[in-house]
Design a protein around this ligand. Structure first.
Ligand SMILES: [Zn+2]
Length: 352
């Protein structure tokens, strides 16, 4: 069942117009009413936004309501996601080549849990914004393209099997998006008609194509741009080459997690029963928390390997615990150091 969002401790932010006096009579503007308010998800977290309307109280001034431009520019109309989140997701997807799962993990790390389906919708919003700015951007680089031609990269993603695919064609040297389209299928004729033909229609010399070497894309390039060199994208090749290592690392991480959780449970139980004022227990509680933290680490293909990171972290913690174990015979002057035996048992439980 879907849980209702807890809006109790959400930061409130009020937006007022930048002018404080009436442009006609120069008297102070007064607050009229709240024009709108909504819960907005931004990169800084969830915020309750209020846009306050101000007007002049004098009868001879027309009843114009002044509002904050900044509040109107925080998010697209009707969306509960800020432009900053949409732009960040678009950047991760098309410039950093992140997958939907990676984007979800990055958002989760920022305490913004967004579902895969919703990320896909936001990528659609990003592409719509991108499309709106394309003509002006292409025009700004017309002279460069006329002189040097264009090297295009063609990338497609199908986040959920059987759903629409998102395709983006970019100029590789300038990292400029030329065409962004959603296609219901990755058929070669559709790629050709909706992505490559509009690029040809721009009238610039197409010097080369870079793609993930998908067979439909290859066929479309052969049809629309028969004499154009076509190279496989190095990022895709690296990701695919790293996949077996990443999978092996993930399997190791799962085994380590399973074994450690089984050991951590009795240790935490023993520590929770230890006296509150026992300094050894407090230190061991910190170790347990550090272990739990290490278990939460996630990897990103192809280079960020969570299993190896967890293994290193466990080795470091083990060394530190063994140093503690060696020091256990150090004489302490603390009178409260009474339950040494129970804490020492817990220490052995974690180490073994
Ligand atoms: Zn006025």
């Amino acid at each position: 069942m879907r849980k209702a969002k807890d809006n109790k401790n959400i930061l409130k932010r009020y937006y007022r117009p930048t002018i404080t006096t009436c442009p006609r009579c120069n008297t102070l503007l007064h607050r009229h009413w709240t024009l709108w308010d909504k819960y907005l998800i931004t990169l800084d977290g969830r915020i309750h936004i209020f846009s306050l309307g101000y007007s002049c109280n004098r009868r001879r001034c027309s009843r114009v309501i002044y509002r904050s431009d900044e509040a109107e520019h925080l998010s697209p109309k009707g969306s509960s996601f800020g432009f900053d989140v949409i732009a960040q997701i678009g950047w991760w997807r098309f410039w950093d080549h992140r997958t939907l799962d990676e984007i979800a993990a990055l958002l989760n790390a920022k305490c913004l849990p967004v579902s895969r389906r919703h990320i896909l919708n936001l990528i659609g919003d990003f592409l719509a914004l991108l499309r709106a700015t394309q003509p002006a951007k292409i025009e700004a680089h017309r002279a460069y393209f006329k002189r040097h031609g264009v090297v295009i990269s063609l990338d497609g993603m199908e986040p959920e099997q059987g759903n629409e695919m998102l395709f983006v064609v970019r100029e590789a040297n300038l990292d400029l998006t030329l065409v962004a389209e959603t296609l219901y299928s990755s058929r070669a004729d559709l790629i050709s008609r909706h992505l490559l033909e509009p690029i040809k229609a721009l009238g610039f010399r197409i010097r080369a194509v870079i793609s993930d070497a998908d067979k439909n894309i290859r066929r479309a390039v052969e049809t629309s741009l028969p004499d154009c060199p076509h190279q496989a994208c190095q990022v895709h090749c690296l990701c695919e080459a790293g996949a077996p290592i990443f999978e092996a690392d993930r399997a190791m991480k799962t085994d380590l997690r399973r074994d450690l959780r089984a050991k951590l449970r009795p240790s935490s139980r023993a520590l929770s029963q230890a006296p509150q004022d026992d300094p050894q227990s407090a230190v061991l509680m910190d170790y347990c928390e550090a272990l739990r933290d290490a278990l939460r680490a996630d990897g990103i293909s192809p280079f960020k390997l969570a299993g190896l990171k967890l293994y290193d972290e466990l080795h470091r913690l083990e060394m530190s615990l063994r140093r503690c174990q060696k020091k256990r015979n150090t004489v302490s002057c603390l009178p409260c150091w009474t339950s040494r035996s129970s804490a020492t048992n817990t220490l052995s439980l974690i180490l073994n």
